[in-house]
Design a binder for this molecule. Structure first.
Ligand SMILES: Cc1cc2nc3c(=O)[nH]c(=O)nc-3n(C[C@H](O)[C@H](O)[C@H](O)COP(=O)(O)O)c2cc1C
Length: 499
């Protein structure tokens, strides 16, 4: 058997898969992929020994430069470590180690990560495009190719996703983009047996997200500023700033104010217009290795339709309809506050929109379940909720509302209980997936939201106080799943046990 992965047996899922084929009480060889000097400093060695020990294997270092390749056949498992794939391949080829590795894969367990995994694959070409230099021949023990450390390596390699996609197109083969903790289980002939993917992966309306944490519309712009802090590929997705058919300057200031446990905003959909978004922002966003959701707004049904149509032939993964906008034809009443309004705009957009369609519901209604059902019956593939709750604050010295628009939308931790209640109620009325948001600031909040019926979550206002909040929430979710032996985050969806 072969396991290809990013970083060793770092996740419970990988250890479980390896454990099926590891002989407890046996021995494992840790094959280092760099020169002896570096080997002594290789801090991965003790970690890998511990991971193998968890399977009952005692491990010792093996080096092709000092030991005969046939000696590998004395081990129950062999682990090719990360490092420099060219150095590793060079020493394997120089000492004729190809056959021994092939036989280990056929008879025992061959674990290969990062450089080790690239060495076993069909070619090093993609790696050499990313890191020019070296012309080593890969071993070709499998036709399957992985791109290890996918999310993390977006900071190391400029244009990683674009290069990978171009390579796939030219070579006509798929590269499996693996995050740390993920892997492929192959049989001794290098054929795929099982994908061991992160328990955080979720699918919403047919779109696969690497994790269920999405940045909420209006709180992440078009991603560029946050992209300077961390690779956006670390996020499940980004819901972009609400985009309209034509550019809008937004409302006059003051447009935001802090409130206890939250904030009030009336930014008023300031945005550069959909054509600018498609031309200037989307090409950059599409290279970030995360899912891109276009958040569409308008003040007439025709605007929504035209905007959604313009997105049809773009790389956007999903359209999210923000229906909390005043309908000018109906005298300013929001589309999202009556079932007829929700169904009308959803149905009209559905007829012209080729992308998966998610309708973002307003919480400023009496019966949220009715709104969710109206969106579903009009053809929505998913609903997201909640948008902001209408609120107001007054300056007692001037007696003027603090927000120039008089009223604004309340968001942040203060709205979490309302959002949880609404997601729970909506989940009892619809079969389509729900993306839950409103006040999520911690991974515990996210777990609550999933239990109330959400398939994925969005984080908004919390990003203003901590731009890293989405990543902390993702890591906390993963730890929670691992600690509780939960194999997929989707198992949490709707798991609340009402009294
Ligand atoms: C400053 C600001 C701007 C927002 N802009 C949009 C927007 O353009 N489109 C939209 O659908 N929601 C917008 N929202 C609503 C958020 O996406 C989210 O639904 C709401 O804030 C609740 O989530 P939170 O408490 O995590 O922020 C905005 C929220 C804030 C605070």
């Amino acid at each position: 058997m072969i396991i290809l992965c990013s970083n060793g047996l770092t996740s419970p899922a990988l250890r479980r898969a390896a454990g099926r084929f590891a002989k407890a009480g046996g021995w494992a060889a840790l094959v280092v992929t760099a020169d002896p000097d570096y080997r002594e400093k290789n801090y991965h060695v003790p970690r890998c020994k511990e991971e193998l020990a968890a399977l009952g294997l005692r491990a010792e270092i093996f080096d092709f430069d000092f030991q005969p390749p046939e000696a590998l056949l004395n081990y129950d498992a062999v682990e090719l470590m990360g490092g420099d794939p060219c150095y590793l391949l060079d020493s394997i080829h120089r000492h004729g180690g190809e056959d021994a590795l092939r036989r280990v894969a056929e008879k025992g367990l061959l674990i290969a990560w990062s450089a080790g995994a690239l060495a076993l694959g069909p070619s090093l070409e993609l790696f050499q495009r990313l890191e020019p230099g070296g012309d080593a021949q890969a071993l070709g023990l499998t036709d399957l190719e992985i791109l290890p450390h996918y999310s993390r390596f977006h900071t190391r390699y400029e244009g990683l996703e674009a290069q990978c996609a171009a390579y796939e197109k030219e070579r006509g083969r798929k590269v499996c983009r693996l995050d740390d903790g993920e892997g492929l289980l192959l049989d001794g002939q290098g054929r795929l047996v099982e994908e061991i993917l992160s328990p955080l992966r979720v699918t919403v309306a047919g779109v696969e997200f690497r994790n269920p944490v999405i940045a909420a519309s209006g709180t992440f712009g078009f991603g560029r500023e946050y992209g300077e802090l961390y690779p956006l590929s670390e996020l499940g997705g980004i819901s972009c700033k609400g985009t309209t058919l034509h550019a809008r300057p937004g409302n006059p200031p003051p447009r935001v104010t802090e409130t206890p446990g939250g904030m009030l905003n009336a930014v008023g959909l300031q945005n550069p217009g959909v054509e600018h978004f498609i031309r200037e922002d989307l090409p950059w966003l599409s290279r970030q290795g995360t899912r891109i959701i276009a958040n569409v707004a308008g003040s007439a049904v025709e605007d929504y339709c035209r905007t959604a149509e313009l997105l049809n032939d773009t790389s956007v993964d999903m359209v999210e309809l923000n229906i909390s906008c005043p309908n000018v034809k109906e005298g300013g009443v929001q589309f999202g506050v009556t079932a007829e309004g929700v169904a009308g705009v959803t149905g009209a957009v559905r007829r012209v929109c080729k992308k998966p369609l998610m309708v973002k519901l307003s919480p400023n209604v009496t019966d949220i379940g009715e709104m969710a059902a109206a969106a579903e019956s009009a053809g929505a593939d998913a609903v997201s909720l909640i948008n902001t709750l209408t609120g107001m604050r007054v300056d007692i010295r001037t007696r003027r509302p603090i927000i120039h628009n008089n009223t604004g939308g309340l968001s942040g931790p203060a709205v979490l209980p309302v959002a949880l209640r609404m997601v729970w109620q909506a989940s009892q009325r619809v079969k389509i997936p729900i993306v839950g948001l409103g006040g999520i600031a911690t991974w515990q909040d996210a777990v609550e939201m999933l239990l109330c019926g959400a398939s994925a979550i969005q984080v908004g206002t919390a990003i203003f106080t901590d731009p890293y909040a989405p990543l902390k929430i993702r890591d906390g979710l993963l730890a929670y799943l691992e600690e509780n032996g939960i194999r997929s985050v989707s198992e949490l969806t709707g798991g609340v046990r009402p009294w």
